[in-house]
Write a protein that binds this ligand. Structure first.
Ligand code: NAD
Length: 500
């Protein structure tokens, strides 16, 4: 492994074999049985201790995250540690409420003789397979609800950023979690596939292509999967928008973490009358940004890998070859050895260019002029992805109508990127952006199996539909069906045989 900002070698780790993955799952299963017996309050207590350790060890944590990802230190605190500390409190407080067994009142009078309960049980061992863009959020952050639900967790972090997950599991051990309850498994695709063979559910975050392979493997065992995949999130700026807010939000939304965010704004559609003003504001803000090494006071770090750097470069080169213009950047930053790509504002972009169609995952802001809101919606929906979208306008009613028309899992109005960090509300995609939700009650119930319990209340010797069958019973049932469900008040009083 090397630091993508400095290209220094930082670690070499042994890859877990299939047999080692199987053994880890067996140990996790043992630990899970003890963990499931603990109350929500006991689980929460350990998570709070874990959070204290994360805060105490924040300097070392920031060193590790920046070294393996190339992101600035400010982003480790602002985006990674802040989120994980917040969600620990959120799940610790709310898990019981979301998972508490609920009494269900049957709607039909005949079933009032039954007491019905819907309960949630932990699935067992959860496998979390993570990408490299948020080494803390997408490992520890996703493990917290799974643990609060009573599961053991095996994290398979990206092969590019495994050190943060290793550090986190060591801290969990120090906080007093049962041995083997939370483990980190090191490896790449093969290890990920082996993990799917031994766990009870896979929470996958990553690319569409790998997401499909994960779903295929999981289908062989019929275990549930949640797939949080890629995005090509559009922003729409209408002529009545607050231009200052729209420009600030779009620059942050497109360039945070150097654009390596699943919900990055990756294409901006701007109504014609405000196009020039908006572009000028964006360019001014992007020119003021500082790029550099993790320890410095900078807004942008390096790309997290050479592969990602090449992908971004190829998309920009393709766009420029097809007629786009780079108003800033458009090249690697010559001041650094590592994988730094300059923040790039692209105009004269169209949907024939990869930069407008394919996920970029880089510091690129393609801006496209549109006639009106309808054209913007049409172009926004012209994508295989459907993760998040942003609309900038002062007209709330119009925004509400546009929300109905946009085909994405989440929509931000006069905002960007913020939905991910509000754990109270479900977050996830449609179309090629995957299925399953993180956050909200959906975000913890996915780690559970739902069980329905029906209890007879009156203790009669026999219920009406039970054996033996008789003509009389059948006739009564026919009458009942007609009375209950045949439309028209007259027909309610007539049996089907008499109606003939
Ligand atoms: P990736 O799909 O290449 O890898 C993701 C993880 O899957 C890694 O841990 C990798 O080792 C593992 N893996 C690879 N092949 C596998 C296989 N055949 N079976 C099992 N596991 C396998 O993704 P990446 O390049 O690490 O991350 C970038 C992608 O992640 C982008 O597409 C981005 O949009 C997406 N992402 C999505 C979200 C979201 O919430 N929707 C969040 C962050 C990143």
């Amino acid at each position: 492994m090397r630091n993508p900002a400095t290209l220094e070698q930082i670690a070499e780790l042994p890859v877990a074999s299939a047999a080692e993955v199987a053994a880890a799952a067996t140990r996790a299963r043992k630990a899970q049985r003890l963990w499931q017996a603990k109350s929500f309050a006991e689980r929460a207590k350990l998570l709070y201790r874990f959070r204290d350790l994360l805060i105490d060890e924040q300097e070392q944590l920031a060193d590790i995250v920046t070294a393996e990802s190339g992101k600035p230190r400010s982003e480790v605190y602002g985006n990674e540690l802040f989120y994980v500390c917040d969600v620990i409190g959120f799940w610790a407080k709310n898990a019981e409420k979301f998972l508490k067994a609920k009494k269900i009142r049957p709607h039909l009078f005949m079933f009032k003789a039954k007491k019905v309960i819907s309960a949630q049980y932990p699935l067992g061992v959860i496998g979390i397979i993570s990408p490299w863009n948020f080494p803390l959020v997408l490992t520890a952050g996703d493990a917290v609800p799974a643990l609060m639900a009573g599961n053991a967790v095996l994290i398979k972090p990206s092969e590019l950023t495994p050190l943060t997950a290793l550090f986190v599991t060591a801290l969990a051990q120090k906080a007093g979690f049962p041995d083997d309850l939370l483990q980190t498994i090191i490896g790449a695709a093969e290890t990920g596939q082996a993990l799917i063979d031994h766990v009870d559910m896979i929470a996958f975050t990553g690319s569409v292509e790998v997401g499909k392979l994960v779903a295929q493997r999981a289908a062989e065992r019929l275990i549930p999967v949640s797939l949080e995949l890629g995005g090509k999130d559009p922003a729409i700026v209408l002529k009545d928008a607050d231009m200052e807010r729209a420009a600030n939000a779009c620059v942050w939304g497109a360039l945070m973490n150097s654009g390596q965010v699943c919900t990055s704004i990756e294409r901006i559609y701007v109504e014609e009358p405000v196009y020039e003003t908006f572009v000028a504001k964006v360019v001014e803000r992007v020119r003021a940004l500082r790029q550099g090494a993790s320890q410095e006071e900078v807004e942008l770090g390096s790309m997290s890998s050479e592969e990602q750097f090449k992908k971004v470069k190829a998309q920009v080169d393709d766009a420029i070859a097809k007629g786009a213009k780079a108003l800033t950047g458009g090249r690697a930053n010559p001041n650094f050895r590592g994988f730094f790509y300059e923040p790039t504002v692209l105009v004269e972009v169209n949907h024939d260019m990869a930069v407008a169609r394919d996920e970029t995952f880089g510091p690129i802001i393609p801006i496209i002029k549109v006639r009106d809101a309808d054209e913007a919606i049409r172009m926004a929906n012209d994508s295989r992805y459907g993760l998040d979208a942003c609309i900038f306008t002062r007209d709330k009613q119009r925004a509400a109508r546009m929300v109905d028309q946009i085909n994405t899992g989440t929509v931000c109005i006069n905002d960007g990127l913020v939905n991910y960090i509000i754990p109270d509300t479900p977050m996830g995609g449609v179309k090629d952006s995957g299925f399953g939700r993180r956050h909200g009650k959906e975000g913890i119930r996915k780690y559970c199996r739902q069980k329905t319990i029906v209890i007879d209340r009156f203790g009669l010797k026999s219920d009406f539909p039970w054996f033996p069958a008789s003509r009389k019973k059948t006739e009564q049932m026919r009458r009942l069906i007609t009375v209950l469900w045949r439309s028209g008040w007259k027909n309610k009083l007539r049996s089907p045989s008499r109606a003939r």
